[in-house]
Design a protein around this ligand. Structure first.
Ligand code: ZN
Length: 96
């Protein structure tokens, strides 16, 4: 992950542990994913065993991990830092 936005130079880590809260968004996405996987398994393979269910859910979680990880962080930073369409290189731009 870049340290700053290339366009507006907004820091992507405003403070240490900033993305801790993204865990809650990730939790919501994973819950939706688990329910979806379970419903699909129930529809297409009604006689599933517990092992099949656990393997299916684990596989879905592992495959969706890179997407959910980034999406959660994007949503979390978007909650706290408003999107600016036009770049304003004054206050946020660092000298380095
Ligand atoms: Zn930006």
């Amino acid at each position: 992950m870049n340290k700053r936005c290339e366009n507006c130079h907004q820091s992507f880590e405003p403070e240490p542990g900033f993305y801790f809260g993204a865990m809650f968004i990730s939790y919501a996405f994973n819950t939706a994913l688990f329910i979806t996987a379970w419903v699909l398994l129930k529809i297409f393979y009604p006689d599933y065993s517990l092992t099949t269910l656990l393997v299916t859910i684990s596989l879905a979680a592992i495959l969706a991990l890179p997407i959910i990880f980034r999406l959660s962080r994007s949503i979390w930073i978007a909650i706290f830092i408003p999107y600016k369409k036009k770049s304003e290189p004054s206050k946020n731009q660092s000298a380095v």
